[in-house]
Design a protein around this ligand. Sequence first.
Ligand code: TYD
Ligand code: MG
Length: 455
Amino acid sequence: MAKTKSVYICQNCGVDSPKWIGKCPSCGEWNSYVEEIISKDTSPKIHIAGIQLVKQKPILISDVITTEETRIDTSCNELNRVLGGGLVPGSLVLIGGEPGIGKSTLVLQVVLNMKGKRTLYISGEESVTQLKMRAERLKFQNPDCYIVSETSLEQIFVHVQNIQPDVVIVDSIQTMATDTIESSPGSVSQVRECAAAILKFCKTSAIPVLLIGHINKEGSIAGPKVLEHIVDTVLQFEGDQHYMYRILRSIKNRFGSTSEMGIFEMQQNGLREVSNPSELLLSQNHEGLSGVAIASAIEGIRPFLIEVQGLVSSAAYGTPQRSSTGFDLRRLNMLLAVLEKRAGFKIAQKDVFLNIAGGIKVNDPAIDLAVISAILSSNVDIAIAKHVCVAGEVGLSGEIRPINRIEQRILEAEKLGFEKMIIPDFNLKSLNLSKLNIQLVQVKKVEEAFRVLFK
Ligand code: TYD
Ligand code: MG
């Protein structure tokens, strides 16, 4: 017998409570509890795991037979790499991102190009004609792609049964709803229930599902954190809407590394894969301009060269401004303090602006040295010579700390025609320099780097 009952659920973390609470005791969020009606099946259940109920029995790990893991080629090299070599059959992949960033475009483009695979695109946000209009802007290669506009979870499974696709797309999880729960689509209980049902479907049918999820204003995947625990892989699609670059990052991956990153460029007719990011990010000619430094950075496992721009000017108001795009502001403040205190540069009374070109966010600490170089270059108004790049982490006492995977960074710089590279002193010990054409300059302290760059 089904009985309806209402509970209060935290829309941030998914914890429930029989009564309303102002501050969630689990995640600390204020005002996040919303009443949701759930129907509870009160028919008696057997709680004791009797022997007759056990369908699976434990076996020795050495006795498990494994076959060569097959991956489905998604026809998109960047997506394949982020997934760890392709789509794993029976996996549930969540693609999260802000509205308008291009999630629907990405997945539609992928399914339209998956040759030889039958795909089913279920959209709860767009009508079939709107989908067709979008598809017409993109390149068409796979005629075996079915589309349907549907928001009922039960109906989705009927469609899948009828079509028998190889890959299913659900756009988006926040618009789907199941009849078994009475709360509105997008609420925590609906999202959780739908995701759990889709996961069960994936595991039993071995059909992979790409699930699209929206990101809320705090930057996490909207609704529950629980969603991230349910799925096998969480990919985040990010970028600045005003720039054309989009980055696909892996946040969680049960079948591959999470340090992978794919770069796309949004164009008139869809997303273009960027297989060599350095050339794109360095295309401008900045010879003779002060305040520009090139860093050899690594995001994911790929090295690329990136342009860091700094501007230092006298503060127009009493309090100097510090602003940074694409780089952590607190870290910028820390680097400025190091320059002031350890290296004796007088910038406390100056405005400092920092920008990473291309609208890309970089977390690699090895770009510290480029940040400092760009700021100093602007401060003394001397341009850094062309074909010089830098890589190094800056410590609190102004020392240049060693960085990881230095060989990859050097090879990338060399490949792009750089002639000189400034690297941390400690890193040089482990290097095999025999076949390098690039000149390496090792530095121990910020002042040394300054001397090399502006002598
Ligand atoms: P969309 O995939 O609808 O975003 P999401 O599903 O993440 O909400 O992307 C919409 C944006 O992409 C829109 O601002 C227009 C742009 N766009 C292009 O620039 N070129 C294209 O070919 C397409 C289809 C979209
Ligand atoms: Mg969309």
